[in-house]
Design a binder for this molecule. Structure first.
Ligand SMILES: [Zn+2]
Length: 344
């Protein structure tokens, strides 16, 4: 019994010992596992942080680039938004290169401009402070020739020249066209028979040949010399058209008699009762100059003119006129060549 119990006790002891050893092994395994896991966690955490930092720095770089891009775009937009009129107004001299016109009459500019002398045989330039007595050499030559011819042949005492263009053309305040150096305004007030002072050229006003309500010709002002002047103006090959008020065109249609061919180039347009507007065609070979569309055949005294005298449709009751200010033309809307013209 004794030996049996001793054996049992030994066995029990062995078992206990084994149990202890097993437990120890388990503890060691568990510990090592937990250490590895912790380390792994730590490593994971570290890697996670690094990734996060990486993402963050990438994001930061991206957002900085984005901000820079937006800033640049805003700046470019702002630069573009500057009215081209202001840029061309600053130009006090012509671009000293061969003469060339770029674009269309109402969206363009020119290089190689010339300044019309402020006085000449048969003309005087008005409103000198505006510095708008510049144009392509062709319009300068045209004015000189027209003034001389009208004085010599039509008894016109002298032309008073209004706006031509700025030194390099471009958009100009108060006009839709006059941008190519191919348009000029000529006053309907005949020049006085003396040299006007600089002050008078600023203060003297032209006259209207229409009645106050602008519906009829003012018989007290009108004289046959006007018809001669208009006819002379369109007699030159380089003249594409002239703009006159529809009431004036009607008068010319009535008074022209049998000789009517010249009336074709006399185009009715609103305003133009105290001055008329002469437009030259583009010079031959001036490839970037966009001509006016061709005028229909005939004297333009029929339906074309009648349109201007149709009674206007009455506006619906309750209609409210909303004033939307017109956006000024920017450099982006002009031909690319006009940027170069500004720099020349
Ligand atoms: Zn004009």
């Amino acid at each position: 019994m004794m030996s049996h119990s001793i054996g049992y006790a030994r066995w029990q002891g062995d078992m206990l010992e084994m149990n202890y050893v097993l437990k120890s092994i388990l503890v060691v395994v568990a510990l090592s596992l937990s250490v590895t896991t912790a380390a792994a966690h730590k490593e994971d955490a570290r890697t996670g942080d690094a990734d996060k930092a990486k993402v963050e720095s990438k994001g930061k770089a991206k957002s900085t680039a984005k901000v820079k891009k937006t800033r640049k775009a805003k700046k470019a937009k702002k630069a573009k938004a500057v009215p081209a009129r202001l840029l061309f107004e600053k130009m006090t001299k012509a671009a000293d290169v061969p003469a060339q016109a770029f674009g269309s009459y109402a969206k363009g500019c020119f290089a190689g401009g010339q300044q019309l002398a402020i006085n000449g045989p048969g003309w005087q330039v008005m409103r000198l402070s505006r510095n708008r007595n510049w144009g392509t050499p062709r319009i300068v030559a045209f004015i000189e020739k027209f003034a001389r011819d009208a004085k010599a042949n039509d008894g016109w005492p002298g032309l008073l020249i209004g706006d031509i263009s700025q030194p390099r053309g471009g958009p100009v305040g108060g006009h839709a066209s006059h941008q190519l150096g191919l348009d000029t305004d000529i006053w309907l007030l005949p020049s006085p028979d003396r040299r006007l002072s600089l002050a008078e050229r600023e203060s003297l006003n032209t006259i209207s040949v229409l009645t106050k309500n602008k519906k009829k010709i003012n018989a007290k002002i009108w004289k046959p010399a006007y018809l001669k002047l208009y006819r002379r103006a369109v007699s030159y090959k380089e003249v594409g058209l002239i703009f006159v008020n529809p009431v004036i065109k009607r008068k010319l249609c009535k008074d022209a008699g049998k000789d009517r061919k010249w009336l074709r180039k006399v185009r009715p347009w609103r305003g133009h009762y105290s001055h008329f507007h002469v437009r030259l065609t583009c010079a031959k070979g001036d490839k970037q100059c966009k001509n006016q569309p061709k005028i229909a055949a005939g004297d333009g005294c029929g339906a074309d003119l009648a349109k201007w005298f149709k009674p206007k449709k009455k506006k619906k009751k309750g209609f409210k006129f909303k004033f939307v200010p017109k956006r000024e033309m920017t450099l982006a809307s002009l031909p690319r060549a006009c940027r170069r013209v500004l720099k020349q």
